[in-house]
Design a protein around this ligand. Structure first.
Ligand SMILES: Cc1cc2nc3c(=O)[nH]c(=O)nc-3n(C[C@H](O)[C@H](O)[C@H](O)COP(=O)(O)O)c2cc1C
Length: 199
């Protein structure tokens, strides 16, 4: 393990708290990798402090609810305002990036949100990390409790029943998948930092 600490920021929006639960699980997973510090950064108010915390991170994991088949407008506002980082010689160049989203429907067009996040990261010159878990809940003997039950590779997905509060949704199975994404990003970030040190 590298002696250099890895700093993983989770930049997220959540309208009603469900995606915030997913964000917390991502952070817990990242923090489970020794030598990793995490920073949960809500995007509701884009203060100087928000930009400073994201600039200081080695990895940024982007999270948004899926609203009308895409990231929420609050996340899109953040994405558009980040052009000031982009304009400064790609200020987030070579940071590790990943993404997660949560919505009501099992499908709900969540993939479109993850594609949006991946394109956003690519425009910033970031290095996208997906999920390295075979799809769960996809065999006749499989369980809804399987990791990656929603079968996504581009990022972590979660599903929250529309009548449940954020205390009860998304379910633990999706929070475990979120934690797995966080742990993977932390591990890859440590490897990346070791490579940068060695170069
Ligand atoms: C404006 C709006 C649009 C939505 N669009 C979708 C959608 O396209 N697909 C879906 O499955 N759920 C959709 N939902 C449901 C939310 O994704 C779901 O309630 C989610 O858990 C909200 O997360 P949050 O509490 O972090 O805001 C929508 C909700 C709202 C308020």
């Amino acid at each position: 393990m590298t002696t250099t600490p890895a700093r993983v920021a989770i930049a997220y929006h959540s309208g009603f708290g469900h995606t915030a639960r997913q964000a917390e699980a991502v952070a817990t997973g990242a923090a489970s990798v020794p030598g990793t510090s995490t920073d949960l950064v809500p995007l509701d108010e884009l203060t100087d402090d928000v930009w400073a915390r994201l600039n200081a991170a080695d990895a940024i994991i982007f999270g948004t609810p899926t609203y009308m088949g895409s990231p929420s407008w609050v996340f899109k506002k953040f994405a558009e305002e980040s052009v000031k980082i982009w304009a400064g010689d790609l200020g987030w160049r070579d940071k590790i990036a990943a993404g997660f989203t949560n919505s009501k429907a099992i499908n709900g067009d969540k993939l479109n949100s993850l594609v949006d996040l991946a394109v956003f990261a690519a425009q910033h010159g970031m290095i996208w990390v997906g999920l390295d878990i075979y799809p769960g809940w996809a065999e006749s003997t499989a369980s809804i409790e399987d990791l990656n039950r929603l079968g996504s590779w581009l990022g972590a997905m979660a599903q929250s029943d529309g009548d449940l509060s954020a205390e009860k949704a998304p379910p633990a199975t999706d929070l475990r998948t979120a934690a797995a994404l966080g742990a993977r990003v932390a591990t890859i970030t440590h490897r990346h930092l070791r490579g940068v040190q060695a170069a």
